[in-house]
Design a protein around this ligand. Structure first.
Ligand code: CS2
Length: 496
């Protein structure tokens, strides 16, 4: 393709005006945030907000230093290095229009596996006021049964021995704060941006547990010099496809090796507890609250659970994308019934969220046919998502002696999902760190459905509920004898 521009600083000056090219003088930006985990989500969310703040409000003190810690992050690290941290954010609207913007807020990047000490040294410098994280649900290493930090996880154990070549975020942060303390430097805020319950409290508790075991004399200093606000993050961000890369070449003559594709909706609510200061995020629409809990519960139990439910049920029917499932009335009616009957009775309307309106908005977002959000993304690592997104609803309903029918049906469908085959006989891939165990126990459940519940520690206390066990057996036997679509039609008519 002629006059194709490789995305980097030099070429960004000659970009066509149609692609909202950055109106930012990057030389003037100072780093104030280090972000661990340069996921698509981070690039569509926090890095976007910081970009807006720099571009529209001249905030120059909170540029981002990106730090990747996983082997699997090598590719994005290399690409960002190649492209001077620039990438294109493609927002796909529900009416088929698209907006493009080159994001310029990531100004430094480090790759832990290549040079852990360089990453530790960078994080220890006092210009960094916030260390934020998107390390995904499984990056927190929580014990599947107790929900507490898993000190016996192999990587955690390894980190406590080989301290200067850490694998986990806990190993890194310990060395970072040890350096800050020894050098008489100030602490900073640790801001979790993952979809886990009380994400700030969780990382704090896990980190303290790790430090207590490995570096106990650091703990009192940490308690004085760090803060851990809870936050609720929201923007559907999909897996980038080759088509997205090609389209950018065609429409804008840009070769961006990894653009990010997301929906127009974006929200971020944070508890205002930043020990070393923060940007004026309110200017770009970020909200600050005293207690995150009602906002977080609503989002995790409606949006994220809704996603997982459409993902699991849809995969059994051979669907590939969220919008396909969300535009199928039988599936969406089931989801609405689940939300109305079993989720919203345990949530509160807030100034921010009218639950009925929130549900409708979420379903409209799922229906956006242009973002092509894959079910495989949604179902990936379900074993660390379902306990956060669905179990609280089940537990609440059980303790209030209210309906558990829809949630239990979903659990039975989740078991069937690990048979790995849809109702048309086509197999699909399963990607989960517990996949061996889940597949094995799903196979055992053909003889005895209870084995799926009993042999997967994630079900914890749910297993003791006779009613849950009975209904699980019942729905699993139905799902193994009827196609999912037929089951849903009957469920929706209350005839199953
Ligand atoms: C999804 C989330 O991973 C998942 O299962 O539900 O990534 C979801 O798209 C985001 O939380 C939206 O804010």
């Amino acid at each position: 393709m002629s006059n194709l521009l490789y995305l980097n600083t030099e070429n960004s000056h000659s970009l066509a005006n149609s692609i909202l090219k950055p109106k930012i003088d990057r030389d003037k930006i100072k780093t104030g945030i280090a972000h661990i985990g340069l996921s698509n989500f981070h690039r569509a969310h926090q890095a976007y907000y910081i970009h807006e703040l720099i571009e529209k409000h001249d905030e120059l003190n909170f540029g981002i230093c990106g730090i990747d810690l996983l082997e699997s992050d090598r590719k994005i690290y290399n690409i960002l290095k190649d492209q001077d941290g620039l990438y294109t954010l493609v927002t796909k609207n529900a009416d088929g229009t698209q907006e493009y913007k080159i994001i310029a807020s990531i100004i430094e990047y480090f790759y832990g596996p290549e040079n852990p000490l360089a990453a530790i040294e960078r994080l220890a410098r006092p210009d960094i006021k916030i260390i934020s994280l998107t390390i995904a649900e499984d990056g927190y290493h929580l014990n599947e049964t107790t929900g507490e930090f898993n000190l016996t996880h192999p990587e955690v154990e390894e980190d406590s021995v080989s301290k200067f070549n850490p694998k986990t975020v806990f190993g890194y942060l310990t060395q970072v704060f040890k350096l800050r303390k020894d050098r008489g430097l100030p602490g900073c805020t640790i801001l979790s941006c993952d979809n886990i319950k009380a994400n700030g409290d969780t990382i704090k508790k896990s980190f303290y547990t790790y430090v207590e075991k490995t570096e106990p004399t650091l703990l009192p200093w940490l308690k004085e010099n760090t803060s851990f606000p809870n936050s609720m993050v929201d923007r559907i961000t999909t897996v980038t496809s080759n088509k997205d890369i090609e389209l950018l070449k065609k429409t804008h003559h840009i070769y961006d090796q990894w653009p990010v594709v997301c929906e127009p909706f974006s929200k971020w609510i944070i508890e205002d507890d930043f020990i070393a200061g923060r940007p004026d995020w309110e200017k770009v629409g970020i909200q600050f609250v005293k207690k995150i809990e009602p906002f977080e519960n609503t989002k995790l139990r409606i949006l994220n659970a809704g996603h997982s439910i459409l993902g699991i049920l849809g995969a059994l029917n051979g669907y590939k994308y969220v919008h396909e499932v969300a535009n199928d009335e039988d599936f969406i009616l089931f989801l609405e019934n689940y939300i109305d009957t079993e989720v919203t009775p345990n949530l509160k309307n807030t100034d921010q969220y009218n639950l009925e309106a929130y549900k409708e908005e979420v379903i409209d977002r799922f229906k956006n046919p242009y973002i092509h959000d894959r079910l495989s993304r949604i179902c990936k690592e379900s074993s660390s998502k379902i306990p956060i997104f669905v179990f609280p609803t089940l537990t609440k309903q059980l303790s209030n002696q209210q309906s558990i029918e829809y949630a239990t049906f979903v659990m039975a469908a989740w078991c069937k999902y690990y048979d790995g085959i849809d109702d048309f006989g086509k197999s699909f891939d399963i990607s989960d760190s517990l996949s061996n165990q889940l597949i094995r126990t799903a196979a055992l459940s053909h003889q005895n459905p209870q084995l799926f519940l009993e042999k997967n520690a994630i079900f914890k206390d749910l297993v003791v509920h006779d009613l849950f066990r009975k209904r699980f057996n019942y729905y699993l036997s139905k799902l193994r004898s009827l196609p999912i679509k037929e089951c849903l039609v009957l469920m929706n008519k209350k005839m199953l």
